[in-house]
Structure formats: structure tokens, C-alpha cells
Ligand binder design. Structure first.
Ligand SMILES: *[C@@H]1O[C@H](CO)[C@@H](O)[C@H](O)[C@H]1NC(C)=O
Ligand SMILES: *[C@@H]1O[C@H](CO)[C@@H](O)[C@H](O)[C@H]1NC(C)=O
Ligand SMILES: *[C@@H]1O[C@H](CO)[C@@H](O)[C@H](O)[C@H]1NC(C)=O
Length: 213
């Protein structure tokens, strides 16, 4: 297994070297199997901001980050991992293999939440809402880790949103926005050995050039 990782790690050596100097790492979550082995790791600093609107008026805002002691992680040791906040809100990572236009692993990020549980009485809906990061990210092979110290602030898009959502917004029915701000991440959903990340594949090599400017 090590070979592909190693060559990728070598290819990104310069970037990795630069990123060693970035100051902070996040909170480390471990996915543990029933027999107590660690099969997935996530080191993260982020927050998720939920906003409920009536028309264009902001009704309620709620923000969750990695630090709350009741947060926990779940994962299938294969392709999925999720950070669970209180009130059943969750940030989900899903890794999948894409053949076209060229073969690589991709990361899809989604958020699921129940409005009433996140916002309280002012927002009565208890139907699960699902939002997705509009852009999937290419990551390395599954026995490498993926690491990124470049801030990524993204508004997620409502899954299967339809034109009726626009009508709802205009007629005063409550709608939502989900903003996810990740300032540091290293993760590996499977193939974790001895509780350690595989060699990191670093995001956006262009970050190196940005630093040099
Ligand atoms: C989280 O939210 C606050 C604002 O509430 C912001 O200042 C901060 O930079 C955010 N991002 C991260 C990654 O913590
Ligand atoms: C969902 O919301 C309705 C209306 O607010 C409430 O009557 C019902 O008990 C809620 N169901 C659950 C499972 O929370
Ligand atoms: C979105 O739509 C697709 C295709 O119509 C369906 O398969 C999928 O389950 C839907 N997702 C959600 C979260 O409703």
C-alpha cells in the first residue's frame, strides 16, 4: 500500500514542509470500531453557521464548532465519516471514486439538521434538511490522509432544492442557509494504522506559490 502514498507525499514535499510551519491543528476525532481499533481520523478546526430566514429577514442564527464536549464522530471505516453536534445536526464526509474525466477519489461534504432542534420554538419545522457543498474536492488515495490548512468558507446548497423554494422565500415561509468555515483539516476515512494518519496529500499546491508572493 505504501508506495503510491509515498510517491504522492514526495511530490508534495515542499508544500508539506511549508505547512509544517502553520501554527495550529484542530481537535482530533477518532473513529473506533467495536473491537476498539481506530479506523478513521479527523483533525479539524471549523464551524457551521445555520441561519433561518423569513423572507429576507434573519429569524435565528446558530453556530456550532468542533470544541463542544458533547460532539462526537461516527464512521463506517470505509467511505463515510460524520461529526455530530448536539440536536442531531451533523457534518458528513463522503469519499467516492470517480473515473471520469480521470480516475481519482473525491470528497462530498453535506450537512443535515432538523430546524426545530437547532433554532428552537421560533422555527417549528422538524423535517430533516440536507445541504451539500456545491464543489467536490479531489483527495489522494484512501491509504493517504488529506490535509489542508487553507481556509475554506462555503455556503452549502440545499439538496434537491426546487423552484418552489424560491416561491417559499418570497411568500414568507421559513428558509435556511448553511455556511461551513473550515480553517484546518486532516482526515482519513479508512486504512488508518496504529492510530496514525497516512502520508498527507496536501490541498492546493498553489498555496505554496501564494506564500512566496
Ligand atoms: C467561526 O465563527 C466565527 C464567527 O462566529 C469566526 O470568527 C471564525 O473565524 C469561524 N471559523 C473558524 C474556523 O473557527
Ligand atoms: C414535529 O413538529 C410538530 C409541530 O411543531 C410537533 O407537533 C411534533 O410533535 C414534532 N415531532 C417530533 C418528532 O418532534
Ligand atoms: C434527491 O433527488 C434524487 C433524484 O431525484 C434522489 O435519488 C435523492 O434521494 C434525493 N435526495 C434527497 C436528500 O431527498
Amino acid at each position: 500500500m505504501g508506495r503510491l502514498c509515498t510517491s504522492l507525499a514526495a511530490a508534495t514535499f515542499i508544500c508539506a514542509f511549508v505547512l509544517f510551519m502553520t501554527p495550529s491543528e484542530g481537535r482530533l476525532f477518532k473513529v473506533v470500531t467495536k473491537d476498539m481499533t481506530v479506523c478513521g481520523l479527523l483533525d479539524i478546526t471549523f464551524n457551521v453557521t445555520f441561519t433561518a430566514f423569513r423572507g429576507s429577514k434573519r429569524l435565528r442564527v446558530a453556530t456550532y464548532d468542533q470544541d463542544y464536549y458533547r460532539n462526537y464522530i461516527s464512521g463506517d471505516c470505509n467511505r463515510d465519516m460524520a461529526v455530530h453536534f448536539e440536536n442531531f445536526a451533523a457534518w458528513n464526509l463522503h469519499v467516492h471514486f470517480k473515473l471520469i474525466p480521470d480516475p481519482k477519489y473525491m470528497l462530498t461534504r453535506t450537512v443535515a439538521f432538523i430546524p426545530n432542534l437547532v433554532f428552537g420554538k421560533a422555527v417549528p419545522s422538524n423535517t430533516t434538511e440536507k445541504f451539500v457543498n456545491p464543489v467536490d474536492t479531489a483527495i489522494g488515495p484512501v491509504d493517504c490522509s488529506y490535509k489542508c490548512g487553507v481556509e475554506d468558507k462555503s455556503f452549502y446548497k440545499k439538496v434537491n432544492s426546487s423552484s418552489t423554494d424560491q416561491i417559499k422565500a418570497e411568500s414568507g415561509v421559513i428558509t435556511y442557509s448553511v455556511l461551513v468555515d473550515v480553517s484546518y483539516i486532516q482526515f482519513q476515512v479508512s486504512h488508518v494504522h496504529r492510530e496514525k494518519f497516512g502520508p498527507p496529500v496536501i490541498c492546493r499546491p498553489s498555496f505554496y506559490y501564494k506564500l512566496m508572493k
